[in-house]
Design a protein around this ligand. Structure first.
Ligand code: PRP
Length: 179
């Protein structure tokens, strides 16, 4: 439980998120039109709400799988290592793959996962992130589709936590600490 009191101000409403997911889904459906199967890979845990809404808008044959990564800083931060805590169940060689991330911050997580999955030789590998904080980027990575570019705010909700709380908010909120 966070010790400092805080309130959450709405930054992106549930309605705005839903409308953007509809747009993104149209693009993704067009990109993968004709595929035998698209493996949609959610990065646990933050992406679980986004992937659930996204896949229900895709007009494609899909399989859903998950991967869990955790990063930990070293003394320099810039060489942050990422460990895989849970790997895919599916083999992805020769498959079409879409990696679904909730937020790209420093980019270490997404760039590590892309490198790992590319080494398994998928036919096509694309990435989508609901939120992008380009001002925080340290690893040179860019998702193919972005829901919303946001400033360097402390965001929660729609899958994203603050000390494991608030993942169940239906909107993206901004944490504001109160005196
Ligand atoms: C968060 C978020 C992204 C990652 C982005 O995950 O869900 O996966 O950090 O940060 P980066 O671009 O700086 O690597 P977190 O490790 O907090 O785990 P969670 O998804 O379980 O909340």
């Amino acid at each position: 439980m966070p010790k400092r009191p805080y309130v959450i101000d709405e930054l992106i409403s549930a309605k705005t998120i839903a409308a953007r997911i509809e747009e993104l889904s149209r693009d993704i459906t067009a990109e993968f039109h004709g595929t035998d199967k698209l493996v949609v890979v959610g990065l646990l845990r933050g992406s679980f709400v986004f992937i659930a809404d996204l896949v229900r808008e895709l007009d494609l044959p899909i399989e859903v799988d998950f991967i869990e990564a955790s990063s930990y800083g070293d003394s320099t931060e810039s060489s942050r290592e990422v460990r895989i805590l849970k790997d895919l169940r599916s083999a992805i060689e020769g498959m079409d793959v879409l990696v679904v991330e909730d937020i790209v911050d420093t980019g270490f997580t997404l760039s590590h996962v892309i490198k790992l999955l590319k080494s398994r030789k998928p036919a096509r590998l694309r990435t989508i992130a609901l939120l992008d904080k380009p001002s925080r980027r340290e690893a040179p990575v860019q998702a193919d589709w972005i829901g919303f570019e946001i400033p360097d705010e402390f965001v929660v909700g729609y899958g994203i936590d603050f000390a494991q709380r608030n993942r169940n908010l239906p909107f993206i909120g901004k944490v504001r600490f109160t005196p």
